[in-house]
Design a protein around this ligand. Structure first.
Ligand code: ZN
Length: 413
């Protein structure tokens, strides 16, 4: 769950743009002295005072001060280090900039020390860290040779290369055809056993192993897959079997090129399974589901949701409306493109409490963020479902993009 939110936050941050070169990214690795970082920031503050553009100068200096304030809260760098993003972000066209600050405690130790002031936030180092958590095993096999490799994030390592020693299909003259065939079959089995042994030895100790991709030219890979050569735990992790033109390093590269496509395919399979669970409950009228924003929110607040299903690209903003005079506050959900219109509609509208025409939007966030936070309080699983499968389309079109599988039957169903 935390990883999910972090991914989401980083995606959002990566898309933010400053008006000029005025967004600060700071990476502090574990073990780094906070006092050293503070002194770097003081230098940067000094340098920033020379910036010609008044607005940019003010924004950069403001951002640095905020970063210093946040950093002061730490006596030393946390266990995994910390990352701060801070800068003036236009909220609604030019002139509407507001300073936003994000402090992120990475799930794993970061290895770089970096201060950067740019037109964007430098989120890529954290994003890479998240990707690195998953490892895929690659086994390429045909009747002449095999290659075993691991892919961790973007790091590809060819761990072992084997030659088969299996003679070709055509026998030398003078041998009995059947005897030759039996001999060849035996050599092939020995070879498969050898490949399986190496793969087991390499893959079994990797606890971040997410899946195995089997590849190679021709049908040999299917024979290898059918037999009992791979440990059963690894066998169950085979996520795809694909054709490549080559079996050695070149073949591994072919697999890596196809990797994003393979990962997407896996994710779609997962999404379908999740949605089928939901649709089963719907079809059997078990009372164990609910859908629609309001209903799901109520169930979430009551701690009744086991799994929250949200359509990807659900463009709904949760806005906070506040009265500047009496402090009256309410929350509303507004479709993304309607937010500006909604803000305009507040002008002249009177506050339900004090009757003054002083209502305004003071804050807004993505509905997904809002729900994700609610889900976190109640230990609820969150799944973002793409529109790439038929089931995903159904979630979006028939259930409003917001649905839940419940822990127990809801009282008000
Ligand atoms: Zn009021």
């Amino acid at each position: 769950m935390e990883l999910f939110r972090l991914r989401k936050t980083l995606d959002t941050l990566a898309r933010k743009e400053g008006r000029g070169t005025e967004l600060v990214s700071l990476y502090v690795p574990p073990g780094k002295q906070i006092s050293d970082v503070m002194s770097t920031l003081r230098d940067e503050y000094g340098t920033a005072s020379n910036i010609k553009s008044t607005t940019t100068r003010k924004n950069v200096m403001d951002a640095i001060v905020r970063v210093q304030q946040r950093l002061k809260l730490f006596k030393e760098a946390p266990e995994n280090g910390l990352v701060i993003f801070c800068g003036a972000i236009p909220q609604n066209g030019a002139g509407s900039e507001r300073i936003e600050t994000y402090v992120i405690l990475p799930p794993e130790p970061i290895r770089i020390y970096l201060y950067r002031c740019d037109a964007r936030f430098h989120t890529e180092h954290l994003q890479e860290l998240l990707r690195e958590k998953e490892t895929y095993g690659i086994v390429l096999v045909d009747s002449s040779a095999a290659t075993i490799a691991t892919l961790q994030g973007r790091r590809l390592e060819i761990v072992r290369e084997l030659t088969s020693g299996v003679p070709g299909k055509t026998r030398a003259g003078g041998q009995s055809a059947r005897r030759y065939e039996r001999f060849r079959e035996m050599r092939l089995q020995e070879y498969f056993t050898r490949v399986g042994g190496h793969a087991n030895e390499i893959f079994l100790p990797i606890d971040t192993l997410k899946g195995i991709i089997l590849a190679g030219p021709g049908p040999t890979k299917y024979d290898f897959e059918k037999g009992e050569y791979l440990n059963y735990m690894l066998k169950s992790k085979i996520i795809d079997v694909i054709d490549t033109a080559y079996v050695e390093e070149q073949g591994v590269k072919e697999v890596v090129d196809k990797a994003p496509e393979i990962m997407r395919k896996i994710r779609y399979i997962e999404e379908r399974k999740i949605m089928q669970q939901f649709l089963y409950e719907v079809g059997h009228d078990t009372g164990m589901i609910t859908y629609g924003e309001e209903e799901v929110r109520r169930s979430l607040e009551g701690g009744a949701v086991r799994m929250l299903l949200l359509s990807e690209g659900l463009d709904i903003r949760r806005v906070i409306v506040k009265c500047a005079v009496c402090g009256y506050q309410e929350q509303q959900s507004v479709k993304g493109p309607m937010v500006t219109g909604f803000e305009q509609s507040l002008q002249g509208k009177s506050c339900p409490k004090c009757r003054n025409p002083t209502l305004a939007v003071v804050d807004s966030e993505d509905l997904i963020e809002d729900f994700a936070r609610l889900a976190e309080y109640t230990n609820t699983e969150v799944e973002i479902i793409s529109g790439e499968t038929e089931e995903g389309q159904m979630l979006k079109n028939s259930f409003g993009g917001v649905a839940a599988i419940l822990r127990f039957k809801s009282q008000n169903q």
